[in-house]
Design a protein around this ligand. Structure first.
Ligand SMILES: Cc1cc2nc3c(=O)[nH]c(=O)nc-3n(C[C@H](O)[C@H](O)[C@H](O)COP(=O)(O)OP(=O)(O)OC[C@H]3O[C@@H](n4cnc5c(N)ncnc54)[C@H](O)[C@@H]3O)c2cc1C
Length: 374
């Protein structure tokens, strides 16, 4: 069946629901198509220990704060509960089980195809997440490695590896929290860190969320913001080279602007590294049947490898003219505003020093304002 709507929102997690709430408030017609059976399926499948790294005050979506009795950094299950509450509070009714398999320009608007229907819309807001497709690098010998190999998106907790060595590949926030989880569950984690990094404390002196500084300084040139933050980082984090890490030649704000990567917001990984409970190694050269050989020749026997190697938006899987709006890595060039293709918007693709959830709320409001003023 072919259906028609003013605006089609694809995805019913944080970005899609925020966009819908802003459009509803503006009296603009829309439908939401969601591949999963519930709102925020990506959050439900995340690891057990996960808590937001951004404080709830800067992570709520437009029109509904997170409950005051919740902790500063809500858990995975609280984020799921919040998304459910958000949907109900704004009276949003996504159509579930509706994966868009093809999205293309058609007759001056857009045509979205799902298994059951075709949807014609003047405008489309793609809110399918920056984390749609896990990145799974490979190395020589990985096929012959006899241990477990999983992506961080498949990691639930460290129980299966109690008492056993595990290699976590990467140094992002998931890698470092999963390494803590492995310590807490009695496993012996090691981190393979190929590149130079930046480390920030999640809370400055355990008191002020570092994100609040990011919000205050986000409009400064990144190099200036980094210069101002450097004394704080030096005092709170110390010299990361002493534990075998390499420091990026530029600071965290420049890292976000140049590389679109959030630096580590440390919640205890550095203490475990200093205490020897988490090993730090370099990049991976190859795997053997029972372990890994690093680029410096060091060898390590491990029982499992967790690939905390990030994600891609994966838009090429359904957005036909993706090259016209994305860079070579498939990341949209514009998020939260009009793209090079009339009627096409993305929400939630911009990596912000002020937090992604906060940013997608702002982008949702901007998109709604643009659509209703057109
Ligand atoms: C482990 C982890 C921790 C994070 N922690 C924080 C944090 O502390 N603070 C913060 O600000 N941000 C955090 N983020 C980043 C970001 O805020 C979250 O990933 C957030 O869920 C992104 O929301 P989203 O709506 O853009 O995408 P998603 O939550 O990924 O939702 C996309 C939705 O689109 C649906 N979808 C995808 N493709 C299709 C299709 N073809 N058709 C129909 N539906 C489709 C999916 O089923 C999904 O429901 C974290 C991310 C991860 C992975």
């Amino acid at each position: 069946m072919t259906r028609t709507v003013d605006t089609l929102i694809i995805g019913a997690s944080a970005a899609g629901l925020a966009t819908a709430a802003c459009l509803k408030r503006a009296g603009h017609g829309f439908e939401i198509l969601e591949a999963g059976d519930v709102v925020g399926p990506s959050w439900r499948h995340q690891y057990d220990r996960l808590h937001l790294h951004t404080p709830k005050s800067a992570s709520a979506l437009p029109g509904l704060p997170m409950p005051s009795e919740w902790p500063r950094y809500p858990s995975r299950d609280q984020v799921v509960a919040y998304l459910e509450r958000y949907r109900a509070h704004h009276g949003l009714e996504p159509r579930f089980g509706q994966a868009v398999t093809r999205l293309e320009p058609s007759d001056g608007g857009w045509l979205a195809t799902t298994e059951e229907d075709e949807w014609r819309a003047q405008t489309v807001v793609v809110a399918t997440g920056a984390n749609r497709r896990p990145v799974r690098p490979t190395w020589p010998g990985l096929d012959a490695f006899r241990g477990d190999v999983l992506h961080s998106s498949e990691y639930r907790n460290g129980d299966p590896w109690k008492g056993r060595p595990v290699l976590v590949v990467g140094f992002g926030n998931s890698a470092c929290e999963q390494a803590i989880d492995l310590v807490e569950r009695g496993a012996h984690p090691h981190l393979a860190v190929r590149s130079a990094v930046n480390v920030l404390p999640r809370d400055v002196f355990g008191l002020v969320p570092v994100l609040q500084l990011g919000i205050v300084m986000q409009h400064l040139p990144p190099a200036v913001a980094d210069a101002l933050a450097w004394p704080m980082i030096r005092v709170t984090v110390g010299d990361i080279r002493k534990v075998g890490l390499r420091k990026l030649p530029y600071g965290p704000n420049a890292q976000i602007a140049r590389d679109h990567h959030i630096p580590l917001l440390d919640i205890g990984t550095m203490n475990h590294i200093r205490a020897g409970r988490i090993g730090v190694h370099g990049g991976i050269e190859r795997f053997t049947d029972d372990g890994v050989v690093f680029t410096d020749g060091e060898t390590l026997a491990v029982d499992a490898v967790v690939l905390a190697t990030g994600y891609r938006p994966g838009l090429d899987e359904f957005l036909v003219p993706w090259r016209e709006v994305c860079d070579d890595e498939g990341t949209p060039r514009v998020s939260g505003g009009p793209t090079a293709l009339p009627g096409l918007y993305f929400c939630g693709q911009f990596v912000s020093p002020a937090g992604m959830l906060r940013e997608m709320g702002i982008e949702a409001g901007r998109i709604a304002a643009h659509l209703t003023s057109a």
